[in-house]
Design a protein around this ligand. Structure first.
Ligand SMILES: [Fe+2]
Length: 240
């Protein structure tokens, strides 16, 4: 079993994103099976519109692997939150009705994948909220609610606050400046909120090997145990 990770896909509609998983960018993908996983770290964004023209999902579902994703801030939550919830590898997931190999890893859940435990905490605050609101693509569900924080704390307690990997969209408050970097994040500085503060609490209490996040639209290692991903596709084996 192989596990690969990548950052925001934004519905695969961008000119630099539509072919991220094609063989010239991701040759390893051609050798994978349904028992191998590619994880998108939020801002998955598919379907890319609300009218069910799911060509993006169809093209992803045609790949030989299983695509897993946590949610980010740019998702169609009206669509996601109406999907069927099932149990999958020890945690709750949303399943797309027609695509068995596309699975939404839900907030606060812990999954056992290939003998490794993964704590997942999607969501983030949109810094482009005003634009998204004018397009009708902003949803208050981009940020976790109290029940989702409580679910996370309950599941982490069940695991004795010890997992192998953490997958989040944004990062803990203490790493925001590093994650954003010198150039700023689309011209915006650190956005400290209750979710980044919650992730700070997780940093204090949780034992883990490595933490991966998306959101910041750059690829970098903050330190030896924190990786920010965007268009890079990395092999989990390199972080074991
Ligand atoms: Fe994004």
């Amino acid at each position: 079993m192989a596990v690969y990770l990548t950052g925001d896909t934004h519905g695969m509609v961008g000119s630099k994103d539509f072919d991220r998983f094609e063989v010239w960018n991701f040759p390893e993908g051609a050798k994978l099976t349904r028992d191998d996983y590619l994880i998108v770290l939020g801002d998955f964004g598919m379907p890319s519109d609300l009218f069910d023209s799911d060509h993006d999902l169809r093209s992803l579902a045609a790949k030989p692997w299983t695509a897993l994703f946590i949610d980010g801030n740019h998702e169609h939550f009206d669509y996601l939150n109406h999907l069927k919830i099932e149990k999958w590898h020890g945690g709750a997931v949303h399943r797309y009705p027609r695509y068995e190999n596309i699975v939404h890893l839900m907030r606060g859940e812990v999954y056992d994948i290939g003998g490794y435990s993964f704590f997942c905490m999607g969501g983030a605050q949109s810094i482009d909220k005003a634009i998204q609101q004018s397009w009708g693509t902003w949803f208050p569900e981009e940020m976790p609610d109290e029940a989702e924080y409580a679910n996370a704390r309950k599941n982490l307690a069940r695991y004795g606050w010890r997992v192998d990997f953490v997958l989040s969209h944004t990062c803990a408050t203490r790493y925001l400046a590093e994650a954003i970097g010198d150039k700023g994040f689309i011209g915006v500085g650190a956005v400290n909120d209750e979710l980044t503060d919650f992730l700070d609490e997780v940093e204090d209490k949780l034992e883990y090997r490595h933490w991966f996040c998306g959101h910041f639209h750059r690829d970098c290692n903050i330190d030896s145990r924190h990786t920010v991903l965007y268009r890079s596709i990395v092999d989990l084996e390199d972080y074991l």
